[in-house]
Write a protein that binds this ligand. Structure first.
Ligand SMILES: Nc1ncnc2c1ncn2[C@@H]1O[C@H](COP(=O)(O)OP(=O)(O)O)[C@@H](O)[C@H]1O
Ligand SMILES: [Mg+2]
Length: 257
């Protein structure tokens, strides 16, 4: 009986995956990196905000199920039913209640509760169904990932339409970026854009022509300061530029830039 249940679960996951790949709705963009602390979460949050501001109906998903951080950007207390509840079988997709930020076309934020605090196992394959469902509702789905190349990072990457690699301008990060590109290449995937974050002065380890966007070191972006969300600063401006590039290169021709 248990074997049958396991078999049908697997079949369901494969079908969800197949249907997701056929789904024509919004585009999924994930942010990946080798190291922790390069700025994926920070950039994912501000990028999602800027895309919404530019009239692209956007959803932001915290897929860092062990060390989720997106909720630190929010003033509201995160919803009690989170993505981790869905992935661990405690809730259905229809129970998910994103935090909505009224800006431009609207931003919906789907937070996660750490599996460490929830004390439950998660089934990562269930994100195929989740993405298929929300691709019908949003024009752009931004996915914040855990660092590194565990299955919790790799699986969502394989389901994404575009992959942004976030890195810093130092030697170890440069080497890690190369390794990640290689791992993805071996899987038949490619990095669509490199974002070099926390840049102070001139680039040392990356050439300008190989990167998609530079984000300067900027205290307004750091410290999860909700107040600085709508402020103008060089960091925020560079992420606005990133949003424009994303709209232009990755999203539909509907946006005239
Ligand atoms: N451009 C930046 N300038 C200054 N500090 C930044 C910048 N980007 C991120 N940070 C800070 O760096 C730390 C790590 O960022 P975070 O987004 O959590 O990284 P990751 O998600 O890759 O682990 C945080 O304290 C954040 O506020
Ligand atoms: Mg993070």
């Amino acid at each position: 009986m248990r074997e049958l249940e396991e078999f049908s679960r697997r079949i369901r996951n494969v079908l969800d995956l197949y249907e997701l790949l056929r789904e024509r709705g919004g585009k999924t963009i994930c942010l990946t990196s080798g190291k922790v602390g390069v700025g994926k979460t920070t950039i994912a949050f501000h990028l999602a905000l800027k895309l919404a501001e530019k009239d692209c109906k956007t959803a932001l998903f915290d897929f860092d199920f062990f060390l989720p951080n997106i909720h630190h950007f929010l003033e509201e207390v995160p919803s009690s039913v989170t993505l981790t509840h869905y992935l661990s079988g405690l809730a259905a997709i229809s129970d998910l209640n994103p935090i909505k930020i009224k800006v431009g076309a609207g931003l919906s934020i789907f937070v996660s509760k750490s599996v460490v605090d929830l004390g439950r196992k998660i089934e990562i394959e269930k994100i195929a169904r989740l993405l298929k469902f929300f691709k019908r509702e949003y024009e752009c789905l931004i996915i914040d990932l855990p660092s590194g190349m565990s299955k919790y990072a790799i699986y969502p990457i394989t389901l994404s339409d575009f992959i942004l690699l976030v890195t810093c301008d130092d030697r170890p990060s440069r080497l890690d970026a190369g390794r990640i590109k290689k791992v993805l290449q071996n899987m038949g995937l490619k990095v669509d854009g490199i974002v070099v974050n926390k840049v102070k002065g001139k680039l040392k380890y990356f050439r300008k022509d190989e990167i998609f966007c530079i984000v300067p070191y900027d205290k307004k972006l750091s410290g999860f300061e909700v107040r600085s969300r709508f402020k103008k600063s060089k960091g925020i401006k560079s992420i606005e530029l990133l949003a424009e590039k994303v709209l232009h290169h990755y999203l539909s021709v509907k946006y005239k830039l």
